[in-house]
Design a protein around this ligand. Structure first.
Ligand SMILES: NC(=O)c1ccc[n+]([C@@H]2O[C@H](COP(=O)([O-])OP(=O)(O)OC[C@H]3O[C@@H](n4cnc5c(N)ncnc54)[C@H](OP(=O)(O)O)[C@@H]3O)[C@@H](O)[C@H]2O)c1
Length: 471
């Protein structure tokens, strides 16, 4: 009799299939030398082109891992595949294995493989597309949580900070080496054991960058202990948790949740409403005006009656920001920040997405009692600290009584978040705030999309998003 291992039995029984017993004689000797679990695993590997494996005893029944070498060998052995086709019990074997094939689904993901240090991350070296995993959607244990399918992912500049050396303090924890990265995305619930989360619900928030994920996710998540982090570190994964969002039913694309109705829109709304103290007739300068955040700030400022000056990195983006209301747009790659602001300023408010030379020029151009909102410094994210632009005019902060405010979503009065969800979806529905996304297809292209998002002056207009799957 061919031995059926306990693991195989569990797998088959979980499918409601009673394991078969094969007599070597009846099978005409064709499966002699194999054990049936190896055959079935081999076929699974043929189907999935490789799976990953811990020792079987350590393996989660719903998740396959790196294959042991003999499975790889089997999966590419034409002789063995042909042999199986002519066995007398081939129909039954094939029925069993095809049932299993159906239940094992590829689960591609994006792994944080290595810190890029101070430089730009490189796809395939620091962020790696990993297609070796599969998942059994029907039987993977949920442990009281829920299983989600990823639909859209949102590469965002702050995620670069999570790729730093963990010894460098910052406001967010680092990613975990060897595990999937975490970032904002839209998912749909496939199975659920959690009250209040139902199959078919759409959710937006922090999720692992893999096609399917049992939530709450564990892999890739820092075991959060405030004692181990700098005092001002924020547990971002809990700050923007997955939450159920309305099904747009075709009224707008799901990508909108990663743009106008997600972190970029929320940051722009909360920062502008809570910190800008904007008054009709004032002038605001918004750097990186075509970014997700910048494009919403421009539109909120126009709704309030402000004059808007903005900087972008390409001619295509100049057309875009003009189309959403910017009065003056210039390309900082071809026009110096100071020259442009001297010509079109002075300004009352500066929304800083860039830092460095943009911030220095804005300090010069800001009126007395002006407000500067430091939202990000994307010009610094791939630059070593000693090579960053040194701002030389900080003396004007006191000379002009400027108010400079750092913005971190987690620190702003939560009532502004409530206002965002009450007011902004309506503005979006009425077309008073519009957005554009630049869509990259396929999670396998996510590492490249992430790296492109951090490049200055790239021509791709719109908030970058990655379309992983249709609902
Ligand atoms: N504080 C918070 O809570 C918070 C939350 C979300 C985002 N943010 C910050 O808001 C800013 C925009 O984020 P987002 O998600 O809206 O970004 P995004 O849509 O991904 O756009 C990023 C843009 O940054 C620009 N850029 C890259 N390198 C640059 C450089 N050296 N100089 C000038 N511009 C550069 C590029 O546009 P160009 O082609 O125009 O150069 C790029 O398309 C970032 O600084 C981000 O860190 C802060």
């Amino acid at each position: 009799m061919v031995r059926i291992t306990e693991l195989t039995r569990i797998e088959l029984e979980s499918k409601g299939i009673e394991p078969l017993r094969f007599n070597r004689k009846r099978t005409n000797g064709y499966i002699r030398g194999f054990n049936l679990s190896g055959v079935i695993r081999g076929l699974i590997c043929i189907r999935n082109r490789g799976c990953r494996g811990k020792a079987p005893g350590n393996r989660d029944p719903g998740v396959s891992d790196t294959p042991r070498p003999e499975y790889n060998e089997l999966s590419y052995s034409p002789k063995r595949k042909r042999t199986l086709k002519v066995t007398t019990t081939s129909e039954r074997i094939s029925k069993l294995t095809s049932n299993h094939h159906l239940s094992m689904t590829p689960n591609p993901r994006v792994i944080y493989a290595k810190s890029p240090g101070d430089g730009a991350p490189i796809p395939g070296e620091h962020l790696v597309s990993d297609t070796s995993r599969t998942i059994d959607l029907d039987s993977v244990p949920l442990n009281g949580g829920f299983l989600t399918k990823t639909l859209v992912l949102s590469p965002e500049p702050y995620m670069r900070d999570r790729m730093r050396d963990p010894s460098i303090p910052s406001y967010c924890p680092t990613f975990v080496l060897g595990e999937p990265i975490i970032g904002p995305g839209v998912v749909v619930v496939v199975r659920s054991e959690k009250e209040g989360v139902n199959v078919g619900d759409y959710m937006y928030g922090q999720t692992t960058w893999e096609a399917y994920c049992v939530q709450p996710y564990i892999e890739g998540r820092v075991r959060w202990d405030p004692k181990n982090w700098a005092p001002y570190t924020v547990n971002l994964d809990d700050a923007v948790p997955l939450r159920v969002v309305p099904n747009p039913n075709g009224a707008f694309p799901l990508t909108t949740y990663c743009n106008l109705l997600g972190t970029p829109g929320l940051t722009a709304f909360v920062g502008f409403e809570a910190l800008a103290e904007a008054k009709a007739g004032e002038t605001i300068f918004v750097s990186s005006g075509a970014s997700g955040v910048g494009s919403v700030v421009i539109q909120l400022a126009k709704l309030k009656g402000l004059k808007v000056i903005t900087s972008v990195g390409s001619e295509a983006k100049i057309s875009y920001v003009r189309s959403i209301g910017a009065d003056i747009a210039f390309n900082y790659k071809t026009r110096d920040y100071s020259l442009a602001l001297n010509e079109h300023g002075p300004i009352d408010i500066y929304w800083d997405n860039v830092g460095g030379p943009a911030l220095e020029a804005a300090i010069d151009a800001t009126n007395r009692l002006g407000r500067i909102i430091c939202c990000g410094s994307v010009a610094d994210y791939n630059v070593a600290p000693e090579k960053r632009y040194g701002i030389k005019n900080t003396t004007y902060i006191f000379r002009k009584s400027l108010i400079i405010r750092g913005l971190l979503l987690a620190d702003v009065d939560p009532s502004y978040t409530g206002r965002f969800f009450a007011e902004v979806p309506a503005l979006v529905a009425q077309g008073k705030i519009v957005g554009q996304e630049f869509v990259t297809d396929g999670i396998e292209n996510a590492p490249q999309a992430f790296v492109n998002m951090l490049k200055d002056g790239n021509d791709a207009v719109g908030k970058p998003v990655i379309a992983v799957a249709q609902s």
